[in-house]
Write a protein that binds this ligand. Structure first.
Ligand SMILES: Nc1ncnc2c1ncn2[C@@H]1O[C@H](COP(=O)(O)OP(=O)(O)OP(=O)(O)O)[C@@H](O)[C@H]1O
Ligand SMILES: [Mg+2]
Length: 252
């Protein structure tokens, strides 16, 4: 079963008003089970809007969204995906640990299990020592890493990530890219990953989906098969060919 099916989705904000915006126009997107799709396109082309439609945070104006065979609303209620968005979206009054535990609490996971899993996830993103801190005491990149830990904590079958690594330094970013790939590979997790970085898209994704400027449409879908997803892969001829192909598609 496909992880995501978006069929002919159109999103018009403020329809019929003078400030009407046609953000997405007849978008079709299928993400296979276990597939990693990167979404790339110019600022304002509707990438976040598309992700929010899949997450059922906003409804489409027309068209349909299915997640693992369920309606987007049912998938949200079943917590069928983990979310990490452009803004970290942490709760200021909860410690780092309790932010990561939140989706587990909502799922009724026992206290001991929550604690153990939060600790493992924080370790993964290099923030074990900050478990007792509050978000305001962390840098922007650290907050973003907490949001990633929170998204991964429920081990969701689908990850929806909106520029999750945008605020990170290059070394942390590469480490988390590797961690994310290994998590997805070992657990069969599917992903829709928005990024502005061609290099990141090509390195992470099985397929790079390119969107055009407003109204957002999908203009290319480029499959990527690197010999390996590591430093050697980043230096392979295929990698550079694909970077060039995506760059050309972005230029239109
Ligand atoms: N809630 C909203 N109300 C009105 N217009 C909106 C709303 N959300 C997004 N838009 C508009 O929809 C268009 C697409 O926005 P979106 O945030 O999806 O772009 P994006 O591709 O994620 O851009 P960026 O790369 O800068 O994050 C923009 O023109 C934006 O102004
Ligand atoms: Mg965006």
């Amino acid at each position: 079963m496909n992880a995501v099916e978006v069929v002919q989705a159109t999103k018009i904000f403020n329809a019929g008003r003078s400030d009407e915006v046609r953000a997405l126009s007849e978008v079709d997107l299928t993400v296979g089970d276990g597939e990693f799709v990167a979404l790339i396109g110019p600022s304002g082309c509707g990438k976040s809007t598309l992700l929010r439609l899949i997450a059922d945070l906003i409804p489409p104006t027309s068209g349909s969204v299915t997640v693992a065979g369920k309606s987007a609303g049912q998938a949200r209620r079943d917590q069928a995906y983990g979310l990490a968005f452009q803004q970290a979206g942490l709760f200021e009054w909860r410690t780092v640990r309790r932010n990561v535990e939140l989706p587990l609490e909502l799922r009724g996971v026992s206290r001991a299990d929550r604690r153990a899993r939060a600790e493992r996830m924080l370790d993964l993103v290099g923030l074990a020592e900050f478990a007792g801190h509050y978000p305001a005491q962390l840098s922007g990149g650290m907050q973003q890493r907490v949001a990633i830990a929170r998204a991964l904590a429920v081990r969701p079958p689908l990850l929806l990530m909106d520029e999750p690594f945008g605020a990170l330094d290059e070394m942390t970013r590469e480490r988390l890219q590797a961690e994310l790939l290994s998590i997805c590979a070992t657990t069969g997790t599917s992903a829709v990953f928005v990024t502005h970085s061609i290099a990141e898209a090509v390195f992470l994704a099985d397929r790079v989906v390119v969107m055009s400027a407003r109204p957002g449409r999908i203009t290319a879908s480029i499959s990527v098969e690197l010999p390996s997803r590591d430093d050697a892969g980043r230096q392979s001829p295929v990698y550079f060919d694909k970077v060039t192909e995506v760059r050309k598609a972005l230029r239109g």
